[in-house]
Design a protein around this ligand. Structure first.
Ligand SMILES: [Zn+2]
Length: 294
C-alpha cells in the first residue's frame, strides 16, 4: 500500500527530526514562533477554545514541519491529486496595487508559492505588478478579461471573453519575457459542460476550488482564517480560493500560514507540465478573430 508506506516514512522522518508529532487538540494554548521572529497566537485565528473535532487528528502530523511542499507538474485538471495535508493556495482577481504586493511579501516570508488567476483588465492596468508575481516564482493563470459570469453570455462570447483575458495577461507578462501558464478559473465558479470541454480541448487547465475561504464576505480576517482552517481540517487537503484584492485577506494571511505550518500542512506549488500558452491555438478555432484592442 503506497499510502501506508508513505505514512510510515513520514513517521520515521518525524521521529528522526524529533518532536514534529505534536499532540493535537489544545489550540487555545497554542503559540508558535516563526524563524522570522514573529510571534502569533492562535487566539487570533480560533476564537473560543473548542477544537473543530474531538476526534484524534492523525493528519495533523502531515509532514516533517516544512510548509514548503512539493512542486506538482500539471497537464490537466485530473493531474491535481493532493495527498493528505497538502494545500494549494490560489489568489483570484488581481493584480491590485497595495494588495497583491503585500500577499507576495507574506508568501515570500513563509517560502511558499501560490497560483494567481489574474483578470486581463487588472493585468493590463498593472503589468509591472503582474510581472512581479511571476518573477517571484508564482504561477500566473487567467480569470477572463472583465470578470463576467460566463453563463450570461453566448458560447462564443464566453470563449472570446476567456481568450481576451488570456491575451491581456500574456501581454502584461510578455513585457518582461514571462509566460502565462494555462491555468484558468471561472469567475464566480460559474461554468458549463460546454465551456469545460472546450477549454480542456484547447489545452487550458481549469483550476477548480475545493475550499472557498469566502474572503469576499464582509467578515473579520479572523473569521475567514478560522473558517478556512476548519474546512481544511475536515477535508484533509484542498485547493483554497483567496482573493488578493481584499484587505482582510492581506491581514489574515500571515497568521493563516503560520497555523498551516503549525498543523503540519504543506503548500504545493502548481506548475504547468507544458509551460506557456504562446503558440497554443486557444478556444478560437472556428471563431471570428478577437476584436478590439486589449
Ligand atoms: Zn474572481
Amino acid at each position: 500500500m503506497l499510502v501506508s508506506r508513505w505514512a510510515v516514512s513520514l513517521l520515521l522522518v518525524c521521529m528522526a527530526l524529533g518532536g514534529c508529532a505534536k499532540p493535537p487538540a489544545d489550540h487555545s494554548a497554542l503559540a508558535y514562533t516563526r524563524q522570522s521572529g514573529a510571534r502569533l497566537t492562535t487566539n487570533a485565528i480560533l476564537p473560543g477554545s473548542a477544537p473543530v473535532t474531538q476526534q484524534p487528528m492523525p493528519q495533523r502530523v502531515f509532514s516533517a514541519g516544512s510548509l514548503t511542499g512539493r512542486t506538482l507538474a500539471v497537464a490537466s485538471s485530473t493531474d491535481i491529486i493532493l495527498r493528505p495535508g497538502e494545500v494549494v493556495l490560489t489568489f483570484d482577481d488581481g493584480p491590485r496595487p497595495g494588495r497583491t504586493d503585500k500577499v507576495l511579501a507574506t508568501l515570500d516570508e513563509f517560502g511558499v508559492k501560490a497560483t494567481f488567476l489574474m483578470l486581463g483588465s487588472a493585468a493590463q492596468a498593472n503589468p509591472r505588478l503582474a510581472q512581479r508575481v511571476a518573477a517571484a516564482g508564482h504561477t500566473v493563470g487567467s480569470h477572463t478579461f472583465g470578470h463576467v459570469d460566463l453563463n450570461t453570455l453566448s458560447r462564443q462570447e464566453a470563449l472570446d471573453e476567456i481568450a481576451q483575458g488570456e491575451r491581456a495577461v500574456s501581454l502584461a507578462l510578455g513585457g518582461a519575457g514571462q509566460a502565462l501558464s494555462p491555468f484558468f478559473r471561472f469567475p464566480y465558479l460559474s461554468q458549463s459542460g460546454f465551456l469545460r470541454t472546450s477549454l480542456s480541448q484547447s489545452g487550458l487547465i481549469v483550476l477548480d476550488v475545493t475550499i472557498d475561504s469566502k474572503d469576499y464576505y464582509k467578515e473579520s480576517a479572523d473569521t475567514v482564517a478560522a473558517r478556512t482552517l476548519s474546512r481544511l481540517d475536515a477535508q484533509g487537503s484542498g485547493i483554497v480560493l483567496f482573493h488578493d484584492i481584499h484587505q482582510r485577506t492581506i491581514e489574515m494571511l500571515p497568521a493563516f500560514l503560520a497555523e498551516l505550518e503549525e498543523r503540519g500542512y504543506s503548500v504545493v506549488r502548481l506548475v504547468p507540465k507544458d509551460p506557456g500558452v504562446f503558440g497554443r491555438d486557444i478556444i478560437t478555432a472556428g471563431a471570428p478573430e478577437l476584436k478590439g484592442a486589449l
